[in-house]
Design a protein around this ligand. Structure first.
Ligand code: GTQ
Ligand code: FE2
Length: 365
């Protein structure tokens, strides 16, 4: 520097920057541009036992009214300062619909998926098409489609909800509209999209879809996922097979903003360590085992739900044949040409085991 600069003139300079709504880059550049992603989102797991019990209590204590619209418990990632988000980009939740209840119609720009964990006989009506929901089925409610949920049975139903809500919120692109004046839309028929678009790769020749960027097929059956993942696993002869639920018109992801996947794991071998940009929420549909995320062991079985942050190293180790359903923000990263992933050669050293909350303090009955 040409001449001596006094501490006082520097202090005054920084104060003047602040007063003029300016921030200098030099003290924060490493934080703004880390060498590799440093997410606030942390790896975390919610036990099914806890989710199930608290969802049921919500069913006893809280009605579904206009305004709230949904009886939903959002996964709140402990790294996100109390925000009701599973990761910085993904909404994950459990939704509970009691016997003979329905959740009123509405639509919003965030796109959503449902993956059924327990119960049978509920349907989600999506733009007039009542999509019947059975365990292991995936139902789409693409952006701006009217949707409501109906339970005509005497049993409650619980499913996992995934939405791109945090991303839409960051983009200030959220619009919402309640269906009026009735609570529910008229049902034009059941499983219409499945009859038209559900023929595996054999599809209508002369039919345009109303939906373009989202899949026109709104429901993916457990039986089809099971058959497909079984075939792939056998053919590849490995202990891990991954399927993507695709838009039959494009072969791309089911929703333009959300990827939906099914991972089948066989016991006996740890999967190869892997990391990718973007976060994922995993829902254990079947089986038992553990996943190692950045050296931490997360033990899981049916209904447990866990978050894998961006660029975290992930390995699975099943103790039973297991099926993990997952959502991720990968289509967004791919569309922007910033998706990266890699397989690593060395298994992680396990440095700790995740302790879920309910083993630290007991839940009330
Ligand atoms: O079922 O329509 O978990 O609108 C969050 C927002 C579910 C739904 C959620 C929603 C819904
Ligand atoms: Fe909704």
């Amino acid at each position: 520097m040409p001449r001596q600069i006094s501490q006082r003139s520097l202090d005054e300079f920084y104060a003047d920057l602040g007063r003029n709504d300016l921030v200098p880059l030099w003290p924060i550049s490493n934080e703004l541009m880390p060498v590799t992603p440093r997410p606030d989102t942390v790896a975390h797991l919610w036990r099914w036992k806890t989710l199930r019990a608290l969802a049921e209590r919500a069913g006893e204590l809280v009605s579904i009214d206009r305004g709230g619209d949904r009886r939903v418990l959002a996964l709140a990632n402990p790294g996100l300062a109390g925000a009701p988000y599973a990761s910085s980009t993904l909404w994950g939740a459990v939704q509970y619909l009691g016997p003979r209840e329905s959740a009123p119609g509405h639509r919003h720009t965030p796109g959503a998926i449902r993956f059924v964990l327990e119960g049978d006989g509920v349907w989600t009506t999506v733009d007039g098409d009542a999509c019947d929901m059975h365990p292991g089925d995936l139902v789409l409610t693409p952006s701006w489609c009217w949707h409501d949920h109906s339970n005509p049975t005497d049993q409650p139903m619980i499913w996992f909800d995934g939405l791109d809500l945090p991303t839409m919120s960051a983009l200030d692109a959220i619009f919402f509209e309640a269906y009026e004046p009735d609570e529910l839309q008229p049902v034009q028929g059941h499983n219409i999209s499945e009859r038209i678009w559900g023929g595996r790769a054999i599809l209508p020749r002369d039919r345009d879809s109303q939906l373009t960027s989202s899949s026109p097929l709104l429901v993916y059956r457990w039986h089809d996922a099971d058959t497909a993942v079984d075939g792939l696993l056998r053919e590849e002869g490995s202990s891990l097979a991954t399927l993507q639920y695709t838009n039959p018109l494009t072969g791309g992801p089911a929703l333009p903003t959300l990827a939906c996947e099914m991972h089948r794991l066989l016991p006996g071998a740890r999967s190869r360590p892997y990391r990718k940009t973007g976060s994922s929420v995993y829902v254990v549909y079947r089986g038992a085992g553990c996943s190692i995320i950045d050296g931490q062991r997360f033990e899981w079985s049916h209904g447990d739900t866990f978050v894998v942050p961006s660029w975290s190293t992930l390995e699975h180790d099943a103790t039973e044949p297991s099926d993990l359903f997952a959502i991720s923000d990968r289509p967004i990263l791919e569309a922007l040409h910033v998706f990266r992933d890699e397989w690593l050669d060395t298994p992680q050293e396990v440095t700790g085991t995740f302790m879920p909350k309910e083993s630290r303090h007991e839940l009330r009955p």
